[in-house]
Design a protein around this ligand. Structure first.
Ligand code: SAH
Length: 267
């Protein structure tokens, strides 16, 4: 291929989920794309380890923390004119609080192909770290991923008190400094003071993860004691602590009296 034809060929931009922090929680596909990337734009200090671990020699690596959205999309488009594989590396899953569509629209407008590689969200990693399940039979079968209002307004009907009325698992992002709003919302929805709550700081980060357990009444004080004021997932769920409950409704999936597509009932 001559350099003239190379310049005519646009590369592809991959929005890759880096996972929650532990480089081993990157997907195999995400890692392969990093290993063949001509350029990588990574999101702040959260994911630089994966970028630097797996990038090939000569790869152009840039931190996006001081860039505007326009600068980022211009950079990605420029790199896609020079390299076949360009990676935008984002924490957790790119489709959660990741400005994915804002970045993708200008690429589409410029005729640049793009695709998403999902990642392990910090919501999943936090529950995994604590050995908790998001769903339990006859307790809750629903998970809500949300945040409370900071500078980004919440759309109508999505205030936490309304969502909390469902008594499902709530995974609350971007809100550790707004714990007082979470407490007020849960109380407004009638959650009792002894409702179990979980905060995980830097889930999956080797040596830095902190798991804080408490109740609606004391979780804020416990976070303060632990010095947790950033990069934290807050979970309020009726499933928390089920490992130690006296009685548990068992899952139909593994129930010996329950027949399903892959197994006949044995009792
Ligand atoms: N796309 C990411 C979320 C980005 S928004 C994902 O899927 O996880 C940033 C918020 O995610 C933080 O405020 C925090 O609430 C949460 N977060 C990201 N990484 C985290 C981690 N390792 N541990 C706990 N919370 C984390």
């Amino acid at each position: 291929m001559t350099s003239a034809t190379r310049a005519d060929t646009l590369g592809k931009v991959w929005f890759v989920g880096a996972g929650p922090g532990d480089p081993e929680l990157l997907t195999v596909k995400g890692r392969r794309l990093l290993e063949q990337a001509g350029a990588i734009l990574f999101a702040g200090s959260l994911v630089d380890q994966a970028a630097t671990l797996y990038a090939p020699p000569g790869c152009v690596i840039r931190d996006s923390k001081d860039m505007t959205l326009e600068e980022m999309t211009a950079w990605l488009a420029e790199q896609a004119r020079a390299h076949a594989t360009v990676v935008r590396l984002q924490t957790g899953d790119p489709g959660l609080y990741g400005a994915l569509i804002e970045m993708a629209r200008p690429l589409t407008a410029a005729g640049i192909e793009w695709a998403v590689v999902p990642g392990v969200s910090s919501a999943m990693a936090s529950m995994a770290a604590a050995g908790e399940s998001m769903t339990l039979p006859e307790v809750t079968q629903t998970v809500i991923l949300t945040r409370v209002e900071g500078r980004t307004p919440m759309p109508d009907g999505e205030d936490l008190a309304s969502l909390a009325a469902h008594r499902s698992t709530l995974c609350i992002f971007l809100s550790i400094t707004l714990m007082y709003k979470i407490e007020a919302a849960l109380r407004a929805a009638g959650w009792p003071e002894d409702s179990p709550m979980l905060v995980v700081h830097k889930a999956s980060w080797p040596g830095e993860e902190k798991i804080i357990r408490g109740t609606l009444a004391d979780i804020k004080a416990r976070c303060r004691e632990a010095g947790v004021a950033s990069q934290a997932m807050i979970v309020a769920s009726p499933t928390l602590g089920a490992l130690h409950w006296d009685t548990l409704v068992r899952s139909k999936l593994y129930d010996p009296t329950f027949t399903h597509r892959f197994r006949k009932a044995s009792a």
